[in-house]
Write a protein that binds this ligand. Structure first.
Ligand code: PAF
Length: 283
């Protein structure tokens, strides 16, 4: 496994004639890898010849009062996990090289980036779209894999890729959950033991709404109200949003169907967690 820090070096490998017809599969991450990332890497391994993982805590996707400075990092453990998953190249650029003095270009995806996390975290998806566009230009992947836990992020990246005719196939992978149902996230590392217990309210809310949907309930306002009520029973939890949206367009609708997304963002203490489900899909 090769570790590359320089953009020029990474780009040179990606466009070198030696690449021949070899397919590059790519998993962009901010590191502190967990089993969710491992599932992307294992799938990536089967879809191409050269598997590239990037680790870059992207400052421009964090708001002023967010957790950029304390975002968890463990490069040594990440590299061990990458190696075990069959990664060929780990690309770890520096902030100074990604955003040199004078950097002034950004990618904005409009409508689909506005609701949900886009409303709670203004500018977040500009930062995500810009860094992913840069990473695609550096790594030149044929296929890139993203987790569905960040459902709106995946929708934003699919839209950007289609709108800008980027020759990359985008693959969304199912949410990986802990045994008790809590969605895996690098930010779970922030939770104290009691907060980790409180974090169960997200999956409990999802299960409540899915149960009602399975029993025939189709009113999105009822599904939202019931999911919200579960979270509000948990004293350590503060709802940021609980919303039902069309799973493709992210538009609101009064009636749920199999393609409807239920998306949640909840603060447990200082930690903001997100989770989601699509009613017609497996949990
Ligand atoms: O999902 C993430 O880890 C990040 O948002 C991404 C896609 C690597 C961009 O920084």
């Amino acid at each position: 496994m090769q570790i590359i820090n320089s953009i020029v070096h990474m780009q040179a490998l990606a466009i070198a004639p030696e690449r021949g017809g070899r397919r590059i599969t790519f998993v962009p991450t901010m590191g502190f890898l967990h089993e969710g990332h491992a599932s992307l890497l294992r799938e990536g391994r089967t879809r191409g010849d050269v598997l590239v993982l990037s680790i870059f805590v992207n400052p421009i996707q964090f708001g002023k009062n967010e957790d950029l400075d304390r975002y968890p990092r463990d490069m040594e453990r990440d590299c061990q996990l990458a190696d075990a998953c069959g990664v060929d190249i780990v690309f770890i650029p520096t902030v100074a090289e990604m955003y040199p003095q004078g950097f002034q270009t950004g990618v904005t995806v409009r409508d689909i980036a506005l609701p949900l996390c886009g409303a709670s975290r203004p500018g977040h998806f500009d930062g995500v779209a810009t860094v992913v566009a840069k990473l695609f230009n550096i790594v030149r992947p044929d296929v890139a894999l993203f987790g569905c836990k960040d459902y709106q992020q995946l929708a934003v990246i699919r839209t950007m890729t289609a709108d800008l005719n980027m020759p990359v196939e985008i693959v969304g992978m199912p949410i990986v959950r802990e045994a008790d149902g809590v969605a895996m996230s690098s930010r779970n590392a922030y939770l104290s033991a009691s907060e980790r217990q409180s974090a169960l309210c997200l999956i409990q809310a999802i299960k409540r709404a899915r149960g009602l949907y399975a029993a025939g309930e189709r009113s999105t306002s009822v599904l939202i109200r019931e999911a919200r009520a579960v979270i509000e029973q948990e004293t350590a939890a503060v709802v940021d949003y609980v919303e039902c949206r069309n799973g493709e367009t992210l538009h609101e609708s009064d009636l749920a169907d199999g393609g409807t997304l239920l998306a949640l963002a909840v603060k447990i203490g200082q930690t903001r967690l997100i989770d989601n489900t699509v009613f017609g899909e497996e949990l």
